[in-house]
Design a protein around this ligand. Structure first.
Ligand SMILES: *[C@@H]1O[C@H](CO)[C@@H](O)[C@H](O)[C@H]1NC(C)=O
Ligand SMILES: *[C@@H]1O[C@H](CO)[C@@H](O)[C@H](O)[C@H]1NC(C)=O
Ligand SMILES: *[C@@H]1O[C@H](CO)[C@@H](O)[C@H](O)[C@H]1NC(C)=O
Ligand SMILES: *[C@@H]1O[C@H](CO)[C@@H](O)[C@H](O)[C@H]1NC(C)=O
Length: 347
């Protein structure tokens, strides 16, 4: 049993090695990333009053040059890992950074934008008091980028360029943490998001569903046995099933849409339940903050970071987000469907 898992992991690495240079890597001209702190690469560092920040060490301790970049991780986050698998060096830069530099939104160097903001949710009310960029505003920012591209290369080329680009959306956990999510509001909002992006030219959607949020160290505190908080995991599961139903409906109405949904719930539970097979020793407590404390500039942090699932109370380590990205990229249907991200990226 264990042997089979190891064998399939080895197989996975060799397939990835073959794919790494990207058979079709160049086929994805740009990557647009929307979402929350799981994908934020520094957006919130540009929001003076934001209370959701990671621009201090030990965040970034394993990033090139050991520097904090605003990523809620010890190193690369899942946006970077997905970008790398698609042939990019790392995630594109934050929109709020690109607007500050003259050539930021101009071709030929242009390879996408990251709009993700820590603390943001699908609903505008989520994260409001923390000062974040809500998803609706992230879409407005994309509309600006699109108008800049149109001004630079014309409407037809822009339409082709955007239709080949991948739009990765990773959001929903904060709506659940904030208890704003209910079974009726969130899927409806997700419908509006997808159609707004479609109307702006997006065709390829890589949607990363909500992880088992109840298993975060921050939520386990509320379970007297230290187990996962089941009510929040129920929400995460129902979010995924409703999202799948919704996307399948949208794509049957609009055949030009190509999409992939990562079942982050299933993939994370698989890692938690089979931790040693993935090289992990701690899947319950946070590396930064001694297990159950907030990761602050003063907090102590573990040295064996690659053996932890959680970097801080809410976010995966670089090692864990690499595992997730690899599964999204070439995983089986149980974890990513109806197609995986490598098929989404194909020309
Ligand atoms: C991009 O478009 C916005 C809105 O149309 C405009 O204000 C801005 O100057 C443009 N930026 C660049 C770099 O062209
Ligand atoms: C707490 O965790 C246990 C597993 O350790 C689980 O059976 C139980 O349902 C959880 N309780 C809550 C309130 O989520
Ligand atoms: C939401 O819907 C799912 C089924 O789709 C159900 O299992 C769950 O209990 C519902 N949650 C709430 C809070 O209504
Ligand atoms: C996932 O991606 C790989 C590599 O492109 C592909 O060969 C495989 O058929 C896909 N798996 C599934 C279950 O769709």
């Amino acid at each position: 049993m264990a042997y089979r898992h190891v064998a399939s992991l080895l197989f996975l690495s060799s397939v990835l090695a073959m794919l790494a240079p990207g058979l079709c890597g160049a086929a994805v001209p740009a990557l647009f990333i929307l979402g929350d702190s799981t994908a934020d690469v520094g957006t919130n560092s540009f929001l003076t009053n934001s209370k959701v920040r990671a621009d201090f060490l030990a965040n970034g301790i394993d990033f090139p040059n050991s520097r904090p970049t605003g990523r809620f991780s010890n190193g690369f986050n899942s946006a970077d890992q997905i970008a790398k698998l698609m042939g990019f060096r790392r995630s594109p830069q934050p929109f709020l950074y690109l607007v500050t530099i003259k050539a930021g939104l101009r071709r030929p160097k242009f390879r996408g934008v990251n709009f993700a903001s820590g603390g943001a949710g699908i609903l505008d009310i989520t994260g409001k008091e923390l000062v974040v960029v809500p998803l609706s505003e992230q879409i407005n920012q994309f509309a600006t980028v699109r108008s800049n591209l149109t001004a630079a290369m014309g409407a037809t080329k822009t339409a082709i360029f955007l239709s080949k680009s991948v739009f990765s959306i990773s959001i929903g956990s904060n709506d659940i943490f904030g208890y704003f999510a209910t079974n009726s509001t969130v899927p409806k909002e997700q419908f509006i998001i997808t159609s707004s992006l479609y109307n702006l030219g997006a065709r390829k959607f890589g949607i990363i569903s909500v992880p088992p949020v109840g298993c975060c160290p921050s939520q386990r505190i509320f379970n007297s046995t230290g187990g996962c908080l089941e009510i929040q995991n129920d929400f995460a599961r129902s979010f995924h099933s409703q999202l799948s139903t919704l996307m399948s409906r949208i794509s049957s109405e609009i055949p030009a849409i190509k999409y992939s949904i990562g079942n982050t719930y299933e993939m994370t539970m698989n890692v938690i339940e089979n931790a040693p097979l993935f090289g992990l020793k701690d899947v319950e407590t946070a590396c930064c903050g001694s297990g159950t404390q907030t990761c602050t500039p003063e907090a102590s942090f573990c040295s064996n970071r690659d053996e932890y699932l959680f970097w801080d109370l809410y976010h995966p380590t670089q090692a864990a987000s690499l595992l997730a990205a690899q599964t999204l990229y070439i995983g089986e249907k149980k974890f990513v469907s109806p197609i995986n991200f490598s098929e989404l990226a194909e020309c």
